[in-house]
Design a protein around this ligand. Structure first.
Ligand SMILES: Cc1cc2nc3c(=O)[nH]c(=O)nc-3n(C[C@H](O)[C@H](O)[C@H](O)COP(=O)(O)OP(=O)(O)OC[C@H]3O[C@@H](n4cnc5c(N)ncnc54)[C@H](O)[C@@H]3O)c2cc1C
Length: 145
């Protein structure tokens, strides 16, 4: 978790995080499957640099902060817009179909498509790249994907 600090620094949002109302996070505790709690793991004891204090974010506010920051830094951002299809020429992704807020569709040709759709994993699903992964730490018999 503390390593995320340097990503915030690279993105230029450290000051916004410091000035935010997000709760400061100094440590974590781990809870086993049986409910047993570990002793608190204080980041500072492990690595006493400034990144030993991070934040517990409220997801909506945090996402908005990142979106606004990208726009401030010159990215063309579209909110309330859904990628419905990634279009391919051969094995190269060359564009996206967008579902706009007013239900219109728009095709955008691009040089590079970076799929950051999280669990939706549009490209990985289309190309059937997902593999079942069984964590060595998973002992309740349920595979994590
Ligand atoms: C309840 C919960 C608590 C968590 N707590 C923590 C925590 O304390 N610390 C921690 O490090 N991690 C935590 N995680 C995990 C963390 O949230 C994820 O690992 C991380 O968000 C994954 O990032 P991502 O960018 O891959 O995907 P996401 O953050 O899921 O981002 C995907 C984005 O793509 C958008 N999207 C999806 N499909 C489309 C589409 N077709 N068109 C346009 N946009 C689309 C989504 O709206 C979303 O904004 C938690 C997760 C959950 C569910």
């Amino acid at each position: 978790m503390p390593e995320t600090f340097w990503s915030f620094e690279r993105l230029g949002v450290l000051d916004k995080m410091r000035n935010s109302d997000f709760i400061k996070k100094l440590s974590v505790q781990f809870v086993s499957h049986s409910g047993k709690e570990s002793r608190p793991f204080f980041f500072e004891k492990h690595d006493p640099r400034e990144n030993s204090q991070i934040w517990q974010v409220e997801r909506g506010a945090f996402d908005q902060m990142l979106l606004d920051n990208a726009a401030e830094k010159g990215a063309q951002c579209r909110d309330k817009t859904r990628v419905t299809t990634v279009t391919f020429e051969g094995d190269r992704a060359t564009g996206v179909e967008l579902g706009l807020e007013d239900d219109r569709m728009q095709h955008v040709a691009v040089r590079v498509v970076l799929d950051a759709t999280g669990l939706s994993a549009i490209i990985a699903n289309r190309l059937k790249l997902k593999q079942e992964y069984i964590s060595p730490f998973e002992n309740c018999g349920r595979p994590a994907v």
